[in-house]
Design a protein around this ligand. Structure first.
Ligand SMILES: Cc1cc2nc3c(=O)[nH]c(=O)nc-3n(C[C@H](O)[C@H](O)[C@H](O)COP(=O)(O)O)c2cc1C
Length: 174
């Protein structure tokens, strides 16, 4: 195990930080973050009949009462401009058999028929679990945006295998 001091505090004094040091720090962080095994979800919002969706592993169930969930989105996520307070959106947890959707909504293979249900918000048909949410707050944090939402409805699927993402690869557990 390698241990490195890589950061500075958000609130602390600035440590001189050249381009090379920053790149190295990001590479090391990315490597360490990749050790976090997560599920894979699709976050989707509909605006003027169009669905804007992306693959998200940074999903956190935050609170049961009130029911709250959080996702962390990059600044270029095309869904982000539509996620304003009060907006409905969906979070769908993918089954292992839906790995193709994970690649598709990460823009790796961005083609195929719509996997979304007709209702509002757009949810992935056959997902392992799906949450209908309403945006409570969007908070820019570091180089991402934290989207906090209330869960207004939830569905849970059957005993399908779950899709996991770990060290930049997909895995399944039954
Ligand atoms: C497994 C996986 C997990 C991802 N998790 C996130 C995430 O948590 N937040 C995020 O902003 N992007 C995440 N991405 C990247 C986005 O899915 C990707 O940038 C997507 O193309 C953005 O959608 P857009 O092209 O419609 O803007 C992930 C990609 C993959 C493959």
């Amino acid at each position: 195990m390698t241990r490195r001091r890589i950061g500075r505090h958000l609130t602390g004094g600035m440590v001189p930080d050249d381009e090379l040091a920053r790149t190295r720090r990001e590479d090391e962080l990315r490597e360490a973050f990749s050790r976090w095994a997560s599920g894979v979800s699709i976050v989707a919002v509909r605006s003027e009949g169009r669905v804007h969706a992306l693959t998200v592993s940074a999903f956190i169930p935050v609170s049961l009462d009130p029911p709250l969930v959080l996702v962390s989105l990059g600044p270029n996520a095309s869904a982000l401009p539509y996620l304003e307070p009060g907006q409905q959106y969906g979070i769908s947890i993918l089954t292992a058999d839906q790995q193709g959707l994970a690649s598709r909504f990460a823009d790796v293979f961005p083609v195929g028929p719509s996997p979304f249900t007709e209702g509002e918000p757009p949810l992935v048909a056959g997902a392992l679990a799906a949450f209908s949410c309403v945006v409570e707050e969007v908070r820019p944090t570091g180089d991402h945006h934290l989207v906090l939402g209330s869960v207004v409805d939830t569905t849970s699927g059957g005993g399908d295998a779950v899709l996991l993402y770990y060290r930049r690869g997909y895995h399944r557990i039954e």
